[in-house]
Unconditional design. Structure first.
Length: 279
């Protein structure tokens, strides 16, 4: 994957912040500053992932429109190669440049099957790649190419419809996943900043009592270790909760990365602010 200029700038700024945070080691603001550096470095990659997802969705929608236009042209009696050239100037959003490249390749004499394979590699979308493979094989085998194109268009339309229905059906589970995580987060924060100091205080009383001969045993908890453990627990929970939400809503773990980022950032932000206030 090629790193864009914005992503390089984000990584540079993040590296600078992390280096500056090393001057605050041992202070309460250390984790907050270093965390903000990591967040700043991650944001450009997050936006790139979201942009890529939107472009893929748009390409699938525009490919459906492109296929329907081909069906109309082929059924009117034109060969598929000529039909592609005729529709190349129609607006297909982010797919337009790929359609124009396909038409230009056909015009300079590149075989249709080879040009379709190049288009499939350029678009890098599984749904479109399957449809293009069917079109290429149909063109080689002959037969009623119009009927085959129409079947391909119906297949792409059905796939898109199923994806939207799945996303709508799973939206409730996504909301529930967020609610469950934030309830978990509140419980952890209450335990760390309210319950654990009380338990630590009881342990300290027990230690003093034992030294004074009262016979009450006990050891004080290491607050730093407990704080670190709770912090890691929240981060791990946020990461895997986001992946599960993405898998349920869109059927892909990769789609859960944005949810993981939102949950982890929310946990980090709440934890850091409360820690700065409470001390």
């Amino acid at each position: 994957m090629e790193i864009t200029k914005i992503e390089k700038i984000g990584l540079g700024i993040a590296g600078g912040i992390i280096l500056l945070s090393l001057l605050l080691i041992g202070k309460s603001a250390f984790f907050f500053i270093i965390g903000m550096g990591i967040v700043i470095g991650s944001v450009p990659f997050l936006f790139s992932s979201i942009k890529e997802s939107k472009e893929n969705a748009e390409r699938e929608e525009m490919f459906l429109e492109f296929t329907r236009n081909l069906v109309e042209s082929v059924k009117a009696g034109l060969p598929i190669s000529k039909s592609i050239i005729n529709v190349k100037d129609k607006p297909y959003g982010s797919l337009s440049q790929h359609v124009q490249k396909l038409a230009n390749q056909i015009q300079i004499g590149i075989p249709l099957s080879e040009a379709i394979q190049i288009l499939s590699n350029d678009v890098n979308n599984k749904t479109i790649a399957r449809a293009l493979t069917l079109i290429g094989q149909a063109e080689k085998a002959g037969g009623d190419i119009g009927e085959i194109l129409e079947a391909v268009a119906n297949s792409v339309s059905s796939t898109d419809k199923l994806k939207k229905e799945r996303k709508a059906a799973m939206s409730t589970l996504v909301v529930q996943g967020y609610i469950i995580f934030f309830v978990f987060l509140i419980i952890i924060l209450v335990m760390q900043f309210k319950v654990m100091p009380m338990i630590s205080g009881i342990g300290n009383i027990g230690t003093v009592g034992q030294a004074g001969g009262l016979g009450i045993g006990g050891t004080s908890a290491d607050s730093t270790e407990i704080s670190t453990a709770f912090f890691y627990l929240m981060m791990i929970q946020g990461f895997f909760s986001g992946l599960i939400i993405g898998q349920l809503s869109e059927g892909k773990l990769k789609a859960g990365m944005k949810h993981s980022f939102i949950l982890m950032f929310s946990a980090f932000l709440m934890y850091s602010i409360i820690k700065l206030i409470v001390g």
